[in-house]
Design a protein around this ligand. Structure first.
Ligand SMILES: Nc1ncnc2c1ncn2[C@@H]1O[C@H](COP(=O)(O)OP(=O)(O)OP(=O)(O)O)[C@@H](O)[C@H]1O
Ligand SMILES: [Mg+2]
Length: 252
């Protein structure tokens, strides 16, 4: 077994009376795709935010390659966010700069890690637009002119261009039409395999978890109630809540 890329133990976070995280533990190994499923309000987004250092837990520990994420100076955490980590937001507008062209959205991330040569940046942006199936002729358009699915693909290009090792995705296909979702999932699956990314993906969609994830964590009321290999969890769920989740999908 490889050493985990990220490890968290004993995470606790309360909002008033609500325990958004109640003693959560998670490991993510290099190249592993882990899906977090669970009902609305179960703490999925909070977990991503805490792991990526966007929010501080009340208690617990998070390490990235053995380094204490919670003790890291803000500048070091921001550097990880620009380089080794990526965050794909459910709403692409939260992950894009809307006043900047599509090419600029990709180029900006490259410049943040030190790229300076205009021609190279533009060439790489062209390459990434193609990879996410956006016509490079749209390079100089602003994201507002794109459809929701295109905006999400652009956000993914912006995140992946710097070749992060660990990517957090919060319902990346959330607001999209079903046909657009399927295509985006295929694209995510291909990119993840190709780049050998470790991914922590939050999804309501059991079929998406089945397609993408090696492992599944089921959350309910701030707790991980079940976890295991994807096929085991979905084909032989042990916890009553997971059984309900899986059977409600089959019935739908
Ligand atoms: N900033 C906040 N202030 C107060 N309460 C919050 C805050 N963020 C989350 N919560 C509460 O914490 C709980 C977990 O919220 P979270 O957003 O993590 O759920 P989720 O599983 O992502 O839900 P959804 O599937 O609807 O996105 C909820 O009860 C929510 O109302
Ligand atoms: Mg959420």
């Amino acid at each position: 077994m490889s050493t985990p890329l990220m490890e968290a133990r004993g995470l606790q976070l309360r909002f008033g009376r609500v325990a958004a995280l109640d003693d959560v533990a998670i490991d993510i190994h290099p190249g592993e795709v882990v899906a977090i499923v669970g009902e609305s309000g179960s703490g999925k987004t909070t977990l991503l935010r805490v792991l990526s250092g966007l929010m501080r837990p009340d208690a617990g520990a998070v390490t990235y390659r053995g380094e204490d994420v919670l003790a890291m100076p803000e500048a070091a955490r921001r550097r990880l966010m620009r380089t080794e980590w990526g965050f794909v937001h459910q709403n692409p507008r939260d992950g894009l700069r809307l006043g900047v062209t599509a090419g600029g959205n990709i180029g900006e991330r490259l410049m943040a890690v030190g790229a300076r040569h205009y021609g190279n940046i533009r060439a790489e942006a062209t390459e990434w637009l193609k990879r996410v199936e956006i016509d490079p002729a749209r390079m100089d358009d602003i994201p507002g002119k794109f459809s929701g699915g295109m905006q999400q693909r652009l956000q993914i290009a912006r995140v992946l261009v710097t070749r992060p090792k660990l990517v957090f995705m919060d319902e990346p296909t959330g607001g999209l039409d079903v046909s657009v979702q399927a295509r985006l999932l295929d694209l995510i699956r291909a990119l993840v395999a190709d780049l050998g990314l470790a991914v922590l993906i939050v999804t309501h969609d059991i079929a998406a978890a089945r397609l993408l994830a090696h492992r599944i964590l089921v959350m309910r009321q701030g707790q991980v109630v079940e976890e295991g290999l994807t096929d085991r969890v979905l084909d032989d769920p042990q916890h009553a809540y997971t059984q309900l989740l899986v059977s409600s999908v089959l019935a739908a």
